[in-house]
Design a binder for this molecule. Structure first.
Ligand code: ADP
Ligand code: MG
Length: 728
């Protein structure tokens, strides 16, 4: 009798929603545990406050003696809120967040103790971080890593710990985390976009990139999740036959939220409010037990920190509600996977969304400028953008006919397509007054009007314009948004810099008027970037063929996709903008291919173990029952027994066949792993795991799932899909 599965199921029968207390008004507790402007005003001297604000707004340096004042204020604030410890909170390249707590408490020579937290401890720390991935950087340079305060993301209290967002870098300056290159990319886009925005409004002095992520996830009862070794160790099911009912009836999407889940969400959202994470939207997703959460968009660095913090928070709060959160992109076969749409735009310090059409032709020319430059950047760097979302887990989603394909393309809707078609016809060189008037009246002037009824929503596009922002939909649900956001902001920054240079040349050398010059350059860009625009069905086979004709990349696996991260073009891009050096890029590439191989290796081991030690013995047990039955029939009926045991005999044979195939699959897979492990080069090893090891997963799974259908349910040891997906 498979006790674990049935114990787990029994445990779920007694579940009741865990009560939660919510504030009457969320606004009252919003940001209460954040060292935000209000808290700083209260706890900092005027000079310190000014210095932090200046660092946030202008990226200026904070003097050391000022840091001492800030740390004192921060400590007072934190202790008043019950904090006993502090930590530098950072995002190493493992994908998770890292923290090491130190107590404020310190002893003095006279044997007494005080609570201490100095400027030095605020500004910089040296975590013993030798076991964070570094892709060989720290060996090469024999340098140690340190964390340094990022004043642009406010400190917060989580539990009883003051958390200080930091970057993590080697002493030799190389970035060892996600945040450092992101901050550099955000600086690039600020500079580049501000310069272009000044064409339209001289008073613009700063542009921020905005990010609004939408986080999808599954919730599985914790007892059921714990009963499955694959969910426990790999965060997804490696086998399991589909449930008779899945998502066919579309009855989960936007349906009423189950009571236990709703309490989890309310609890989570209350914690988010305290931490200043502006969550706003919650709903059921397409697959059973799949949900989504989205905040109001924020400045990108802050939004990325908030997403990382949220994911951590979700694990902790789910536990309290007897759930396990699955962030994996494809935890269950044959139902939808999870993504993390990244809604992205650019906003000026004057409060203008640069990707939002305005009320005048000039404002719309500004909109078109940023819109078309973004398309051009995506066209130019589609391969790098694809690489920015590559991971072993996201491979299950991209190109799997339910999620954006592995081909990057941009959807803009029929109305904007018409506008671009018109703009493409603009005369080269100086425009006649008549043409200009026509353009302004009939093309550029009409945009807000047409966008209002632009209800086009193409869910199959990986990069879609949705009225006043682009939505990068191919990002995986486990991803740290910093990775795609670094790339997106970098490529648009590069593009805007090039654009400005071209326009300036036309203005200076060809004596063109500013808007003539802009029209001229945009017109060329529209032509150049046509291949990236695709309005049709991204899931269809026809698109794959068409994309190939257009010369767009279609990298279906991570090792293949990642190559673009170290291409000459990418190195030139990142070095040119001062975001990452060749050494840093190569180190990151190495970490990512290594991570890929390790994940496939772990999954291979788990699958081998489950198939051999759980599935096969169970199948044999059931087969023995059948054999016993056949023997009994023979005892009773003599030679007539065949008439009554045909079904049983057939089952006995089928079971043997499946067992043989599973065994062969496992043996072959282990051989392939052994071979792959001997490969020294990290990238080649990743390819070996991808091409030679991974294909066995399907074979082994197929036969295990067939056995699941044959074997007595009472004997089956693994919690089934229907139990995992429909227990609420
Ligand atoms: P939907 O796309 O589901 O119809 P919305 O357009 O309201 O819904 O927004 C979806 C997400 O886009 C939200 O997380 C929101 O914060 C984000 N978003 C909206 N405007 C912007 C913007 N200007 N920049 C970045 N993200 C944005
Ligand atoms: Mg959306």
């Amino acid at each position: 009798m498979p006790t674990l599965r049935f114990h787990a199921i029994k445990e779920t029968y007694n579940r009741v929603p865990i009560p939660v207390t919510e504030p009457e008004r969320r606004s009252e507790i919003f940001g209460k545990n954040v060292f935000n402007e209000a808290a700083m005003r209260q706890y900092l001297t005027k000079d310190s406050f000014k210095s932090v604000m200046d660092a946030i707004e202008n990226g200026s340096k904070i003097e050391r003696h000022i840091a001492d004042h800030i740390s004192t204020g921060m400590k007072e604030w934190a202790i008043a809120k019950g904090a006993t410890h502090y930590t530098h909170w950072f995002q190493p390249l493992t994908g998770a967040t890292a923290e090491k707590h130190d107590a404020f408490f310190e002893t003095m020579e006279n044997g007494q103790a005080i609570e201490k937290f100095g400027g030095g401890q605020l500004v910089q720390q040296e975590p013993d971080a030798s076991s964070f991935p570094n892709g060989g950087i720290r060996n090469t340079f024999e340098a140690r890593g340190y964390t340094a305060w990022d004043p642009t993301s406010p400190a917060f209290i989580y539990g009883t710990t003051l958390c200080i967002p930091t970057v993590f870098v080697a002493y030799t300056g190389e970035a060892l985390d996600y945040k450092t290159p992101l901050l550099r990319a955000l600086q690039s886009i600020d500079g580049a976009a501000t310069a272009v925005a000044k064409y339209f409004d001289k008073s613009v002095t700063k542009v921020i990139a905005t990010l609004g992520w939408e986080q999808e996830y599954f919730l599985v009862d914790s007892a059921l999740a714990a009963s499955r070794p694959d969910i426990t160790l790999a965060g997804r099911t490696l086998l399991g036959h589909s449930s008779a009912k899945g998502q066919q009836l579309d009855d989960h999407y936007f349906g009423s939220i189950p009571a236990r889940v709703l309490n989890f969400m309310r609890h989570l959202e209350t914690e988010c409010m305290l931490l200043g994470i502006p969550v706003k939207t919650r709903h059921n997703e397409v697959a059973p037990n799949q949900f989504e959460l989205a905040p109001i968009f924020e400045e990108t660095n802050l939004a990325v920190d908030h997403n990382s913090l949220l994911m951590d928070l979700m694990h902790k709060i789910a536990e309290k509600h007897n759930f396990k959160v699955l962030f994996h992109e494809k935890p269950f076969a044959n139902v939808n996977g999870s993504g993390k749409h990244n809604n992205w735009s650019l906003a000026t310090n004057t409060g203008v969304n640069l990707l939002s059409p305005g009320s005048t032709p000039m404002k719309n020319l500004q909109f078109l400028t940023f819109f078309i430059n973004t398309l051009k950047a995506v066209n130019e760097y589609e391969e790098l953008l694809r690489a920015s979302i590559a991971s072993a887990s996201n491979d299950h989603r991209l190109g799997a006919n339910e999620a954006p394909p592995a081909i990057i393309s941009a959807f803009i809707g029929s109305q904007l397509t018409n506008v671009l078609d018109e703009l493409e016809k603009v005369t080269s060189g100086k425009l006649s007054p008549q043409e200009k008037t026509d353009l302004k009246l009939n093309v550029v002037g009409k945009i807000p009007e047409i966008l209002l009824d632009n209800t086009d929503r193409n869910r199959t596009s990986p990069f879609a314009f949705t009225g006043n922002k682009f939505e990068f939909r191919a990002v995986g649900s486990t991803a740290n948004c910093a990775n795609p956001m670094t790339v997106l902001n970098a490529i648009v920054a590069r593009q805007l810099i090039d654009f400005k240079a071209e326009v300036d040349v036309l203005i200076k050398d060809k004596k063109m008027k500013k808007d003539d010059a802009i029209f001229n350059v945009l017109k060329e860009y529209i032509k150049d970037s046509k291949r990236i625009r695709f309005e049709g069905d991204g899931y269809g086979e026809a698109w794959e063929k068409e994309a190939k004709k257009r010369g767009l990349s279609n990298h279906k696996t991570t090792p293949e996709a990642l190559k673009a991260k170290v291409s000459k073009k990418t190195i030139a891009l990142f070095e040119g903008l001062g975001i990452m050096s060749k050494v840093e890029l190569e180190a990151r590439h190495e970490i990512e291919v290594e991570d890929y191989a390790l994940r496939i290796q772990i999954e291979g081991r788990i699958l081998g173990d489950i198939a051999r030690n759980h599935v096969i013995p169970t199948a044999i047990r059931y087969q023995n029952m059948l054999i016993e039955n056949v023997q009994g029939l023979k005892n009773i009926y003599g030679t007539d027994f065949k008439k009554f045991s045909a079904e049983q005999m057939s089952l006995i044979e089928q079971i043997s066949e499946h067992i043989a195939k599973i065994n062969k699959g496992i043996t072959d897979m282990i051989d392939a792993r052994k071979k792959a492990n001997k490969v020294e080069d990290a990238e080649k090893k990743a390819f070996a795991y991808c091409d030679d090891v991974k294909p066995f997963f399907q074979v082994i799974r197929y036969h295990c799932d067939k056995l699941e259908l044959l074997v007595d349910d009472e004997l089956w040891p693994l919690t089934k899909y229907r139990e995992l997906l429909f227990t609420k």
